[in-house]
Ligand binder design. Structure first.
Ligand SMILES: [Zn+2]
Ligand SMILES: [Zn+2]
Length: 252
């Protein structure tokens, strides 16, 4: 009988290690079974939903006390109409296991993580809202080319399939907005204002859009996307992200 090991010789090492990983890439526990993702089951199950005592009822920004919220539970940014979207929801804070998983997905190119991460998105989806289309936040073409994929688009694709909603690549990123992390909120807003436009010919008129991104920091990117979608005719834009940066003083 021919040796059963033969086919494995033809598998490149990178692929082999993807299917037969040694250790979990987050907690370093040896993995005992075949998996498409080198992360153990408990690390995948670990991310906890976002918890905070006080939230804005629209953008879900967490606060340390109720003072920034008005009698309707709405924060100053939402009251001033600063945020282009109508509502924002995130699964968890951008920390711990969730942050680790997003990093592996985004920067280590572990595309199969899109599936479990999209399940977290689905868990966070507001039950009292209806949507007509799912739209991913686009990457600038250069970044997409470097990374090989748009993480928001993979997440949106999974979610759209699960919810039987059409996926609409309705936005285009006109300029690259690098190094956002180091900028102030006002700087980030200036930087992304006008960075997005609705794709010509995409049917957005009257649509209730579910906008998908992986991480929300200040909301400036999503806000600029929402403004572009509304210029394109969208009726409402609800943002759903996997994680949001906790910007409360003393929490980071
Ligand atoms: Zn693990
Ligand atoms: Zn708010």
């Amino acid at each position: 009988m021919r040796t059963a090991a033969f086919p494995f010789r033809a598998i490149p090492h990178a692929l082999f290690s993807l299917f037969f990983p040694a250790d979990c890439r987050i907690c370093n526990t040896p993995l005992g079974r075949w998996t498409r993702v080198p992360v153990c089951a408990s690390c995948i199950a670990a991310p906890a939903p976002l918890e905070a005592e006080y939230f804005c009822s629209l953008c879900r920004t967490p606060f340390l006390n109720p003072h920034p919220l008005d009698q309707h539970g709405v924060c100053a940014a939402c009251r001033s109409g600063l945020l282009g979207f109508d509502r924002a929801t995130s699964f968890g804070f951008y920390e711990g296991h969730l942050r680790g998983l997003i990093h592996l997905f985004k920067y280590a190119g572990m595309r199969p993580l899109a599936h479990p991460l999209a399940q977290l998105l689905e868990r966070a989806l507001p039950v009292d809202e209806a949507y007509d289309v799912v739209v991913p936040v686009p990457l600038h073409w250069k970044k997409k080319w470097q990374r090989g994929f748009n993480q928001a688009e993979l997440l949106a694709r999974h979610l759209a399939k699960r919810r039987r909603l059409p996926l609409l690549k309705a936005l285009r990123r006109r300029k690259s907005t690098e190094a956002q992390a180091t900028q102030s909120i006002a700087g980030r807003r200036r930087n992304v204002a006008g960075a997005f436009m609705a794709q010509p010919g995409v049917p957005l008129a009257g649509k209730r859009v579910l906008l998908i991104d992986d991480v929300m920091t200040t909301g400036a990117t999503a806000s600029a996307c929402a403004a572009a979608l509304k210029r394109g005719g969208a009726k409402s834009v609800s943002l759903l992200t996997l994680a949001r940066v906790d910007r409360r003083p003393g929490t980071n």
